[in-house]
Ligand binder design. Structure first.
Ligand code: T4K
Length: 370
């Protein structure tokens, strides 16, 4: 087999464009610790996202851990979240000393089911960490209303939702803060990278301090912080990629339309809901196989045998991970919809340069199992 089609492929600028961007680093010898590229990317992202504060991180996971710490919750608190996500979301909560309490997801868009949140709130609940999974937005209005009623913080895991808008407002502007991942596999990448976006001026200093050992000025250390700074090469990649982002999303949109044209209205295949008032970033293309003559695993194997590496994002659900055996709240039986989805979903290859011929081939293989 000579050519593989992987689930995604990093977007990259032209080599010359990136070289041109990093040339100045050879002049300055300033490679990290919030240099000129870092500052420029931060400013550009604040403008692009229409969000007053963007703090850059070396990856999305540490951005999430840091924003949870910055909220200064009591260390015995509970956080309502969902298990239909990447390991990072749950780990960030647990590594912060908090207890994840798992809320089930909705069947049509896989995001937190707002109808089920209130039943999970106890006197220990401190926050809600919903996930805009695959770039589908959570019910931000209902979650905001519930959080206000119970005085809870809302931190969105928006790793998948960069450049998504709801009623014209960027996803960076919901909740108390949103975390984005700029990993190589994301719609917008800085190689590895991430950011926390928020409106509250009070969070600016702690979030900047925490990613740099808690150091505030040469002779002061105010937090027990770690090291989670984005370096200049990452920021330079982000500056270049941001120039082409809208074009990349447009290409992804056409690919998703082609997938939909092949796979919509096929018995036993369920596609993600097209959300009302949402401008998508076309980050992932999940397909749920339920009642199709072949099950998800058979389709996965059939594609793999032809060199097409789809992925089972997100199987297994995080509340069934062996590292959480013994955690009393980690019971997948309490999130049946998430388990049902995880058992049936396959995310098909999707990236800006995926050819229409490849999309047609992938769909042909799937539909040959009818
Ligand atoms: N929250 C959520 C909901 C997330 O999905 C993630 C990350 C996070 C938080 C944490 O954000 P970060 O700390 O990562 O910024 C990948 C990514 O590593 C991970 O960032 C992502 N979610 C997750 C959904 O996918 P793997 O283990 O599937 O990656 P891997 O190495 O198998 O790569 C998948 C495909 O991507 C490859 O088959 C080809 C392509 N690829 C990969 C790399 C590394 C490229 O084209 N270029 C590359 O450099 O986790």
């Amino acid at each position: 087999m000579d050519r593989q089609i992987l689930v995604t492929r990093s977007s990259m600028p032209d080599f010359e464009e990136y070289c041109n961007e990093i040339k100045k680093l050879w002049d300055s010898h300033w490679l990290t610790n919030m240099g000129v590229e870092h500052k420029e990317l931060q400013n550009e992202l604040e403008a692009y996202l229409g969000c007053p504060h963007v703090v850059l991180y070396t990856n999305g996971h540490l951005a999430l851990e840091n924003v949870i710490s910055a909220m200064r919750f009591s260390r015995s608190g509970e956080v309502i979240t969902t298990p239909f996500t990447f390991a990072s979301t749950t780990h960030a909560i647990v590594r912060s000393g908090l207890t994840p309490v798992f809320c089930d997801v909705r069947e049509d868009d896989y995001t937190m089911d707002a109808d089920k949140i209130e039943a999970l709130i106890t006197e220990k609940t401190v926050a809600i960490v919903p996930v805009h999974v695959y770039g589908n937005l959570c019910d931000v209005e209902r979650i905001a209303a519930i959080a206000a009623r119970y005085h809870l913080k809302v931190i969105y895991d928006a790793a998948h939702a960069f450049a998504v808008k709801y009623k014209g407002v960027s996803s960076a502007n919901f909740g108390d803060a949103s975390m984005f991942s700029f990993h190589a596999t994301k719609v917008f990448n800085t190689i590895e990278g991430g950011a926390v976006c928020f409106h509250d001026d009070e969070l600016v200093e702690p979030l900047n301090d925490m990613k740099n050992f808690g150091i505030r000025g040469p002779e002061r250390c105010v937090y027990v912080g770690g090291n989670a700074k984005m370096n200049e090469f990452q920021a330079a990649m982000g500056i270049c990629n941001l120039r082409h982002l809208d074009e990349e999303i447009e290409k992804r949109k056409k690919i998703v339309e082609r997938y939909r044209a092949h796979l919509e209205n096929i018995k036993g295949i369920k596609l993600s809901a097209v959300q009302k008032d949402v401008e998508s970033n076309y980050a992932y293309f999940p397909v749920v196989f339920d009642g199709f003559p072949a099950d998800r695993n058979q389709i996965f194997d059939a594609l793999a045998s032809q060199g097409i590496m789809a992925r089972k994002y997100f199987y297994p659900v995080t509340n069934s991970f062996e590292c959480y055996a013994g955690l009393p709240t980690a019971d997948p039986g309490k999130t049946p919809v998430a388990v049902y989805m995880a058992d049936r979903v396959l995310t098909l290859p999707l990236y800006a340069d995926l050819s229409m011929e490849d999309v047609d081939k992938i769909c042909r293989i799937i539909l040959s199992h009818r």
